[in-house]
Design a protein around this ligand. Sequence first.
Ligand SMILES: Nc1nc2c(ncn2[C@@H]2O[C@H](COP(=O)(O)OP(=O)(O)OP(=O)(O)O)[C@@H](O)[C@H]2O)c(=O)[nH]1
Ligand SMILES: C[S@@+](CC[C@H](N)C(=O)[O-])C[C@H]1O[C@@H](n2cnc3c(N)ncnc32)[C@H](O)[C@@H]1O
Ligand code: SF4
Ligand code: SF4
Length: 327
Amino acid sequence: MIEITDIYGRAFKTLRVSLTNTCNLGCVYCVDESDQNRFQKQDILSSNELITQKALSVDEFIEVIRSLHEILGLETLRLTGGEPTLYRDLVPLLKGIRGIGISAIKMTTNGYLLSHKIEQYAEAGLTSLNISLDAIEPEPFFQMSRRRNIQKILEGIIRAVELGLEVKINCVVMKGLNENQIIPLLNFAQRYNIRIRFLELMQMGHLYGNFEEYFFSEQDILDVIAAHTSFVTLPRDPSATAKYWELANGYQFGIISNESDPFCNDCNRLRVDSYGNIYGCLSDNTSIPVHEHLNEPDIMEEKLRQALSKKKKKFSGSTLSMLAIGG
Ligand SMILES: Nc1nc2c(ncn2[C@@H]2O[C@H](COP(=O)(O)OP(=O)(O)OP(=O)(O)O)[C@@H](O)[C@H]2O)c(=O)[nH]1
Ligand SMILES: C[S@@+](CC[C@H](N)C(=O)[O-])C[C@H]1O[C@@H](n2cnc3c(N)ncnc32)[C@H](O)[C@@H]1O
Ligand code: SF4
Ligand code: SF4
């Protein structure tokens, strides 16, 4: 292991691996309307730049993850995307990652394909799931995701809870589109004792520089919940994205406030995209290829230092969409 820290004491301990930059939903904050018809079929680097590279194979992903773990001593690995459940060899990949010895293997998914596959994922080593759900009623769900059949996602969530996995729900709140879903979602999450986190809209991809119309702040979200029930603020965990609040009955909900209260000061996240390039910051487009240098520790160290130097003091958006960089 090598100590790679910046002047603020930040080091990479969480690896977020994007398995694909394609998706089976079309969330309005993530996919531009004009990209809708092509993003499922082709790889999209940004809204107007198509690339022809193929996503890494299982063996290639394992090689990259193993090499980064040996250098950094990773504590957590999170699979994401695009939609990670679309990666065809997800089960072998999970087994391979378990073999590397990273203690927590997590995934962020839209849940659309979960209900039939979740047993296999759990058996293969998945320990925890964050499932994105922006509405509980069919019409606002369609407004947010451009897809029908929310029932499939709810079944997947309930199945994951039944299997004993740690499950959280992520809900991006957009003014005028789904703020009326905050209380129904909070009620649903409480019923199944799942922590829910409400996410402030982030200016990424097609929303870069143009998100204020839809922005619903941490304070706006708290105001909606306060009109319904009382709560107290909990202390924030180190390196966490979310802050949490506790209701009188002990139930805890979170908010991820990228704009109102950025959490860059103790950020420990490194990203790998589906082609094996690393990114030091969600808010920086610099893609650093590493797969040709995995067995060259000096070069890897230099590249990781370069990635760490990209971290920000405050999230300031990105022209890359979450699909491309791995949310
Ligand atoms: N600025 C910033 N936001 C991030 C980063 N990673 C995650 N987020 C935000 O957190 C949201 C939820 O991310 P998840 O994939 O659920 O991961 P997480 O919040 O780190 O998960 P937990 O470890 O379970 O709390 C994302 O959609 C972003 O809004 C990051 O590195 N930088
Ligand atoms: C990019 S997705 C990838 C994983 C998976 N497809 C999913 O939706 O969970 C990861 C997370 O990023 C969030 N996200 C994507 N674009 C966002 C934006 N512009 N602002 C806030 N959150 C965003 C999604 O809601 C999701 O919770
Ligand atoms: S947020 Fe996730 S589910 Fe929605 S379009 Fe983006 S990658 Fe797909
Ligand atoms: S914007 Fe960059 S530095 Fe800030 S929390 Fe996200 S990845 Fe970390």
